[in-house]
Design a protein around this ligand. Structure first.
Ligand code: ACO
Ligand code: ZN
Length: 177
């Protein structure tokens, strides 16, 4: 079993030179800890099978950050969606950022930047033409993070969240990353 986990675990570069954390692919053994991080850090919670189906379908871009003690301190997950493009009848693939969260004590150390950069590279394998995401209009921190990667606000999705808050729909053409 251990060797199975080892072969599935890919290591990525991170921008934190003193290595307080490292980035690797998520495995199904990590999902309980991923769910713990989500439940502590974000109001949007999902059932186990939702994480599992994303991991099964898009494992390359489902990444976790682990601290020196081996604890999962952050995750990022994407899915690929087919959508009609604005100026043709063709369907094109979009990379949709489903969720990212970093444990509060590990914030501001570049964990999110490393997760985003590595997962955006990984999801390119699906020949996506655009990266898309929704973010709460009040989530200044996350909006700053996406702007660092040159995402632009394309529109507002009214009442997007269950509590009635609006979302910014942010996009980045894949050729700019
Ligand atoms: N104030 C202003 N800008 C900030 C802040 C802050 N407190 N924190 C991060 N940023 C911006 C900065 O531009 C920063 O770059 P810089 O440090 O070079 O200035 C950039 O984000 C990246 O910083 P990181 O250290 O990589 O970000 P961190 O690891 O702290 O994680 C995150 C950022 C994921 C938004 C974190 O605050 C978090 O988990 N928040 C709660 C969960 C959440 O809101 N997730 C996003 C929901 S939207 C979605 O999932 C599609
Ligand atoms: Zn979304």
């Amino acid at each position: 079993m251990t060797s199975n986990k080892e072969t599935k675990t890919n290591f990525f570069t991170n921008s934190n030179n003193d290595s307080e954390f490292f980035i690797r692919r998520c495995t199904s053994e990590d999902l309980d800890e991923v769910i713990d991080v989500n439940e502590k850090e974000l109001p949007e919670d999902y059932p186990y099978f939702f994480y599992k189906s994303i991991l099964d379908s898009f494992p390359e871009s489902f990444l976790v950050a682990q601290n020196k003690q081996g604890k999962i301190i952050a995750y990022i997950m994407w899915r690929v969606e087919k959508a009609p493009s604005a100026n043709s009848l063709k369907y094109k693939n979009k990379g949709h950022l489903v969720s990212i969260a970093v444990s509060e004590v590990f914030r501001r150390k570049g964990v999110a930047k490393a997760l985003l950069a590595n997962s955006m590279t990984a999801i390119k394998k699906y020949k996506i033409h655009e990266y898309v995401l929704e973010v709460r209009v009040s989530n200044y921190t996350a909006i700053r993070l996406y702007e660092k990667f040159n995402y632009k606000i394309e529109c507002i999705k009214k009442n997007y969240y269950r509590d009635g808050e609006n979302a910014y729909f942010m996009t980045l053409n894949a050729k700019y990353f």
